[in-house]
Write a protein that binds this ligand. Structure first.
Ligand code: G1P
Length: 359
């Protein structure tokens, strides 16, 4: 088995964060989503992994080069333009050869591993297996949707249908054998101008190949939007085993059992209620950090209350007199108090930023 991870794309719905960073590198619970995806493939014993990259290739390569502990062999495959998932499979053909493979979208977070599923497919003679999730009917039109036949196989797939034939969405984890190459080379562009993997799978079905579903029972988040990043962060924080690094300093503070504190962090005169994670070399001083908060590395939080938020590296949040909540703060950002007159909001915001002022 080989792995193929799709990590191109501009992440426009996550602007402004993705102006300066690949969306797959935004961390949930202080670990980039892409790293979580690689770990879940590796945990099934798959260590030869191709990564489809686009404009953000240099940043993705640099981030993963710093993580040799992942123990995988990565091959980068450049997709010059975002021409769709089937196109990505087409350009990965040399890398994949005749191997069976699992394809995983690099911005999806899924509860539990998919190791058993990958192993099951590896030893089967099925041509393809797709991971599905039952979603609310109103959300189904945002995804590829699947209709099942009475014998449990997949009968039909439609990409983002106006009227969904079922509530079973494709979650972005697909397993294939080499027949998929014939399929991706046979289809044309869709109405949105892409080569759709859903069309390629429909081609397999129409030719009589065996395509089976697996309905995922746990949670699944497609981290396309800020609210979804926060929700993924909530779920992952609830799942990780909390630990306090022996190299962290906790001084005159209450840190509850559901909190992870990473190496070099300092928590001084503060209260931290989990689930929460405080990153490497971050300083929390005279502050309250509430549940579902991830503070990444080298951050300073002083004299503030923060809850249900993600704060990225090198940022400063200081002296606020209202609680910061439901927020996504980018890298090297500052949220500060200003005692100078005139007393007014003073902002230096990136494009596509949003600020909510309380009533
Ligand atoms: C892609 C697939 C779609 C799938 C979705 C899952 O959509 O085309 O079938 O349901 O990923 O995240 P896209 O993210 O390209 O809109």
């Amino acid at each position: 088995m080989k792995g193929l991870i799709l990590s191109g794309g501009k992440g426009t719905r996550l602007y402004p964060l993705t102006y300066t960073r690949a969306k797959q590198l935004i961390p949930v619970a202080n670990k980039p989503v892409l790293v979580r995806v690689i770990e879940s493939i590796r945990d099934a014993g798959v260590t030869d992994i191709g990564i489809i990259v686009g404009d953000t290739a240099p940043e993705i390569k640099e981030a993963l080069a710093k993580r040799p502990e992942l123990g995988v062999n990565l091959t980068y495959i450049h997709q010059p333009s975002p021409d769709g998932l089937a196109h990505a499979v087409r350009i990965a053909q040399d890398f994949l050869g005749d191997d069976r493979f699992v394809m995983f979208l690099g911005d999806n977070v899924l509860q539990g591993g998919i190791s058993d599923l990958i192993r099951q497919f590896a030893s089967s003679d099925w041509n393809s297996q797709l991971v599905l999730k039952a979603v609310g009917m109103e959300r189904a039109s945002s995804y590829g949707v699947v209709e099942l036949a009475d014998d449990g196989r997949i009968r039909r797939l439609v990409e983002k249908p106006k009227i969904p034939p079922s509530n079973l969405a494709l979650v972005g984890i697909y397993m294939f054998d080499a027949h998929i190459f014939e399929a991706v080379n046979s289809i044309g562009r869709s109405a949105r101008g892409e080569y759709e993997i859903t069309d390629a799978i429909q081609w397999l079905i129409d030719k009589g190949y065996h395509v089976f579903p697996h309905i995922h029972e746990g949670w699944w988040i497609d981290t396309g939007e800020p609210e979804e990043m926060l929700t993924a962060n909530d779920f992952v924080l609830m799942e990780i085993e909390p630990s306090i690094s022996p190299e962290a300093d906790i001084i005159n503070s209450q840190v509850d059992a559901r909190v992870t504190v990473e190496r070099g962090a300092r928590i001084i005169d503060s209260v931290v209620r989990g689930p929460a994670i405080i990153g490497e070399n971050t300083v929390i001083e005279q502050s309250y950090i509430g549940p579902f908060t991830s503070v990444y590395y080298d951050v300073v939080v002083r004299n503030c209350e923060i809850e249900h938020s993600i704060i990225l590296e090198n940022s400063r949040v200081m002296d606020l007199d209202v609680r910061l909540q439901d927020s996504l703060i980018g890298r090297s950002a500052s949220v500060l108090r200003d005692h100078r007159k005139p007393r007014a909001l003073k902002m230096n915001l990136g494009d596509h930023s949003t600020v909510w002022i309380p009533d």
